[in-house]
Design a protein around this ligand. Sequence first.
Ligand code: PHE
Length: 520
Amino acid sequence: MKQENKSVHGVWGSRWVFILAATGSAVGLGNIWRFPYITGENGGGAFVLLYLLCIAVVGIPIMAAEVMLGRKGGLSPINTMRKLAGESKVTQRWAGIGHMGVLSAFLILSFYSVVASWALYYAWEAVAGGFQGITAAQSGARFDALLADPWLMMGCHTLFMVLTMVVVGRGVKGGLEKAVEILMPLLFVLLLVLVGYAATTPGFKEGLLFLFEPDFSKLNGKVVITAVGQAFFTLSLGMGAIMAYGAYMPREAAGKKGGKPKPVSIMSTVIIIALLDTLVALGSGVAMFPLIFSNDLQVGQGPGMMFVTLPLAFGQMPGGMLFGSLFFILVVSAAWSSSISLGEPVVAWLVERGLSRGLAATVVGLGAWVLGIGSVLSFNLWQDNTFLAGTFFDNMEFLSTTVMLPLGGLLIAIFAGWVMKETHARKELGIKNFKLYLVWRALVRIFSPAAVVALFVYSIWSAVAPADEAAPVKEPEPVAPAASEAPGVAAGAEIPAPVAEPADDAEDGEVPSAPLEPAQ
Ligand code: PHE
């Protein structure tokens, strides 16, 4: 194994490859599966607006900071932070950002693989023509049947984890960019097809209104913190994935088609990635909510939303079998390129410690696979074993996404804005426009950390304050019955236990185990 910093893991061939890889990391289940379902659970428009704001003023600057730190360090996040802390003559404890990232990666990877494996199963179902002429009730029942079968889920979870670790084990720069280059544009096209179909359904307008008409009475502590967490999750921030990819980013590179090498600007690259990512999330929402309203489904039905609604579209639209198969295959690919980036920081670190890549990937994959069993069982055998935020799965999702990622991001912003030498940061970022640089600096130094802290404090406050003080939550609109009331309840809930789970399911039998969101 080579020992020089830069070449331990190699460097991306060009800026374009970095964009592809980082977009591959960012665009994934967070956009297609998680964004729509949490938007449904958190009341729609106001949540979406807050989420977009978080992307713009917290996500983009922190992403730039993360890439910048990664490229400056050139190592796995733990060793990058160690190296940069040394250069800045501050305590090595800053490597804690990397350690926490490793932990977040494990937690996320474990449940991510389980959800991705649902998509894997659905790809199979679509190819087999399973969605043709399906009704809403049948679609709900099909998803329930999958959840009720731990062995089937285990099989799919295992397959997906193996797929991920094979790529990480071979080194992420192999086939990844090629795959992303073809699959991402295709995913965009298919999302457009779905949006086109949604536009022909009677619930289109209602769906759009739900997504884009903010009703600020729906904002409460839980909504706020979920929006921040989602901004981090969807951009792969706060745990080192983007830092690890940034470490392989060249400082100068030829354009896509060769030519003279040019300095690679971090800021514009990051803005492109964030834009693409946001488009996919919004597109997924626009594709799904009209179907919810057209078919009288619940907006707050939880993690099953995509799996219950989309088969309806594919079952009804012309060419649905082809589109459905392609779509779910693309979702799996998008999830795949994201989970690869979840594994990479940990594996890179183990490689720096002397393990072979293959062994490191096996160890990481096995660990996350075992942890993932808890998530598999959360939907069946352990369905009723709830604690803190809900089931085991809910806790994994909540702790990693809503707590650890924003915390990691906060520390990254503080390091980049306050600890690191200003000249180093400026040079590495390479923003030519000085005013733009100042904006970035103000955001990472003051605004992003302040926003994350304020939103944390607000949501903790509203979790402990009595319900009537915390948020004047109005009776939820009739469009959002049952599970979607959870946010309202959660606004002032002191009791962390999700209470009424089975009752929700009884409503219409859509998703039996729609787990309640953590009581904030
Ligand atoms: N951003 C990915 C998604 O949206 C998930 C992810 C989170 C990947 C954190 C890497 C790190 O699906």
